[in-house]
Design a binder for this molecule. Structure first.
Ligand SMILES: [Zn+2]
Length: 91
């Protein structure tokens, strides 16, 4: 058995502002096999809900699976994020 010891670094976890969150829905209506219609990936919940309303109006289907995904960034503590130059320079 191999034991590895890691030094604990208190990263904070933030949403990655450079990547858009992803919203989507899939119609799961149906008994034997589900409908499977998809909203496609959207950058906000609005267009997904709009698609659901339209799909329900057209088909009568009323059950959906919704997916939300976003990206996260691990931020090290400030002192590690911005290492201070050891060299003081000439003054
Ligand atoms: Zn459907």
């Amino acid at each position: 058995m191999i034991l590895r010891v890691f030094r604990y670094i208190p990263f904070t976890i933030e949403q990655d502002q450079t990547a858009e969150p992803e919203y989507e829905a899939r119609c799961v209506a149906g008994d034997e096999s589900e409908c499977g219609a998809e909203s496609g990936t959207q950058s906000g919940p609005g267009p997904v809900e709009e698609w659901q309303r339209k799909h329900t109006q057209e088909t009568g289907h009323r059950h959906y699976r919704r997916n939300f995904g976003d990206y996260a960034v691990m931020r090290p503590p400030a002192e590690l994020a911005e290492p201070v130059e050891a060299d003081g320079g000439t003054a």
